[in-house]
Design a protein around this ligand. Structure first.
Ligand code: ADP
Ligand code: MG
Length: 681
């Protein structure tokens, strides 16, 4: 039996209780524990002298215990444990509150590394609640783990050390030797050891590089395998067609970016290799008309187009706009959703089967079921923000191999898009239609809330509408956030906005309830919609001109940008008010970026710089594993290296069937299977 894959409680030092805590973190086995990487390291490699240390900055000091002062019990439930230490020149006092353990363990005359913030003056300096380790067997780069209540980094370090012993004497390598030589990668064993117990910064860097390489490689192998499976299929090659009648019927002229996208897509449609393209464009960049052009092009060649939307209300909205674009050239889109009446459904299905319906719009669920097409040539998916690996895998598996176009409104920096969407070709609409009024964005403190409410009321009185995004409680579960939203809505309804029609929208509502709330907003049966972040991307309420976002500092910039995109869709000036009471410099700096720029891609780049790629890989947005290593590496050359490595591996062995690659293959399949039942297999 391999101890690595036994339940975590079999690891010496892990009891029942601690095992439960580990399971909360998704750690079921010693193996999982080894892949739970530190989020940071405390650096003891260059300790400072006490006299040189600045107050308030965390520092490491190497010192000897001079004296342990008698514990003082200040009041009930509050005791102080103090130790006087010296670095050979000056002294300071280490102060521990209520926790005797470290104090008890420290021995006079013995040398320690301590880490913490100093306070106090020239005569008496103190370090409060420091981290302490004996110099004798110190880790100079001491790992700090992502934690959960009741599990400290110290506990994890001990458990990890024990788990590392399990690696001794077993083969434990996933990458081919040749690849490790070519890309100068340390062995997996070495990497796991050094990421948890690095002896030097160099060893740590090498370990991270190896682990990041592997994570990226697995991901790229997965996306390339998906891609390969479609590439070898045959799609219907369409004939070049003249779209001038379509263009003539449009109420506006296209942006350069739109023209370019249409050209690229039409070229793809004329090939027999199925198109697999992602059309990325900020909210309002005009993706729908591009979809309409592609549908018109397909229709000219005698092919049907399907446009799938994630919700019923979006499908209806698409029907309206697509009809406006396509009717002038004699194409009449049909709609098929869950609420289409049986009789009508029969007639529409007949039209689809006979080919008289050329463009079919509907919700995913409905269109994927039992519809028979006459000549399906193009499938367009409007995924809005919900577009992850699982959906892509599902798309790739759908029979018939029509051309595929996916529209997404989440701007992602190019560098990351290359990784996340490695299986797709990408086209970006990076230009807004002319004449759009930029949304005026302000960041204010909570002290301005009443004034902001007053400002909103003025606009509601003028017949406009507004969104209020609720405070989000960090680190609390979804239920608490729902309760907070309900309370917030109730307070507004009975208080500041009692004279207005106030609606509520949150994540725990049923899909129909959510749609009803959005529909009411769209029909102007509500003045104000109180919502959590679920407010449906993509639903167009041109009359909504104001959005106020509470606790704005808790959101990533990209997410704020998405939320802001709910307004600014009509002819009237729109406003976005970001409320924050954060005193943190960088939080306010981030919000200023929002006031300065309206370009989603620029904001995404900024987010990448400020917060690292974590947000973009976050499960919520892309259904992807966090690629932790890549996150703390954020090393882009590695991306192209792994891409090369993945390509050459697949050239030799397209399905990774060779025995030497079996553990890599398993890892890739797991990675994609985790994200939905429709992964690779
Ligand atoms: P999104 O990319 O968010 O899906 P839409 O396709 O809904 O954007 O377009 C947003 C609005 O802009 C629609 O009202 C659409 O008719 C309009 N629009 C699209 N392209 C142009 C253009 N080139 N000039 C002016 N208005 C445009
Ligand atoms: Mg849209």
């Amino acid at each position: 039996m391999n101890e690595l894959y036994q339940p975590i409680e079999t690891l010496p030092g892990v009891g029942e209780k601690r095992a439960q805590k580990y399971k909360k973190l998704g750690i079921e086995t010693p193996y999982d524990l080894l892949f739970h990487f530190p989020r940071a390291y405390i650096d003891y490699t260059s300790p400072v002298m006490i006299a040189e240390a600045e107050n308030g900055e965390p520092v490491a000091v190497r010192c000897t215990v001079k004296q342990k002062l008698t514990p003082s019990f200040v009041r009930r439930g509050f005791s102080l444990y103090r130790v006087v230490v010296s670095d050979g020149i000056s002294e300071m006092v280490l102060v521990f509150y209520n926790t005797p353990y470290t104090y008890q363990a420290m021995k006079p005359g013995e040398e320690y590394f301590v880490y913490g913030k100093l306070s106090g003056g020239f005569l008496r300096r103190e370090m409060q609640a420091p981290q302490v380790q004996r110099v004798q067997n110190a880790l100079l780069l001491q790992p700090v783990y992502p934690q959960t209540t009741g599990l400290t980094s110290a506990m994890m370090r001990t458990n990890v050390q024990r788990a590392l012993q399990y690696l001794d004497g077993q083969p434990f390598e996933t990458l081919p030797d040749q690849m490790r030589t070519d890309y100068q990668l340390v062995s997996l064993k070495q990497a796991l050891h050094d990421v948890h117990r690095p002896e030097t910064q160099e060893a740590l860097d090498k370990a991270r590089r190896r682990l990041a390489f592997e994570e990226l490689l697995q991901f790229q192998l997965g996306t390339l395998m998906l891609r390969h499976r479609t590439d070898v299929q045959n799609a219907s090659a369409m004939h070049p067609a003249d779209l001038s009648a379509f263009y003539a019927g449009l109420p506006f002229s296209l942006t350069k970016a739109q023209q370019h996208a249409i050209e690229v897509i039409c070229r793809d449609l004329c090939a027999s290799r199925p198109m697999n393209r992602l059309l990325q464009g900020d909210v309002g960049s005009g993706k729908t008309v591009v979809a309409a052009a592609a549908a018109a092009f397909a229709a000219e060649s005698g092919f049907q187009t399907v446009l799938m939307a994630p919700t019923e209300i979006l499908a209806q909205q698409h029907l309206q706009t697509m009809t406006a674009f396509l009717e002038p050239i004699g194409i009449h889109p049909v709609l098929l959703t869950g609420s289409t009446k049986a009789k009508e459904k029969r007639s529409i299905k007949a039209q689809i089967a006979s080919g008289s319906a050329q463009v079919i719009i509907g919700t995913h669920a409905v269109i994927q079921k039992d519809i028979e097409f006459c000549s399906l040539g193009l499938v367009i998916t409007d995924e809005q923000h919900r577009f992850g690996v699982a959906q892509r895998a599902a798309l790739a598996e759908k029979g018939g191999y029509p051309h595929k176009l996916v529209m997404s409104a989440t701007p992602i920096p190019r560098t990351l898009a290359l990784i996340i969407y490695g299986d797709l070709d990408i086209t970006i609409l990076d230009e807004m239609p002319k004449g759009r009024l930029p949304i005026k964005t302000f960041a204010v403190t909570g002290g301005y809330r009443e004034r902001a409410y007053g400002f909103i009321k003025e606009h509601l009185d003028a017949g406009e509408q507004a969104y209020l995004v609720c405070p989000m409680i960090e680190e609390s579960d979804a239920l608490e956030n729902v309760q907070a939203a309900e309370t917030y809505a109730e307070t507004l309804k009975t208080g500041a906005f009692s004279a207005y029609r106030v609606g509520l929208l949150h994540g725990r509502m049923k899909p129909q309830e959510k749609e009803a709330a959005m529909a009411a907003m769209k029909a102007h049966e509500l003045d104000l919609l109180v919502c959590t972040t679920v407010v449906e991307v993509g639903v167009d309420v041109p009359n909504a001109t104001l959005i106020l976002i509470e606790n704005a500092d808790r959101f990533g910039l990209a997410q704020l940008h998405q939320l802001r995109g709910r307004v600014g869709r009509g002819q009237v000036q729109s406003y976005c008010i970001l409320v924050t009471d954060s005193r943190q410099e960088d939080a306010r700096e981030r919000l200023k970026v929002m006031s300065r720029t309206a370009n989603g891609f620029a904001i995404a780049e900024e987010d990448l710089k400020l917060r690292g790629p974590g947000d973009f890989f976050g499960r919520a947005q892309h259904g992807m594993p966090p690629l932790m290593q890549a996150a703390f590496c954020s090393n882009m050359p590695l991306v192209s290296e792994t891409q090369m490595a993945a390509k050459s591996l697949l050239e030799q062995d397209p399905e990774l069937r060779s025995p030497a690659l079996s553990s890599l293959r398993t890892a890739v399949l797991q990675l994609f299977a985790k994200n939905g039942e429709n992964g690779l297999n």
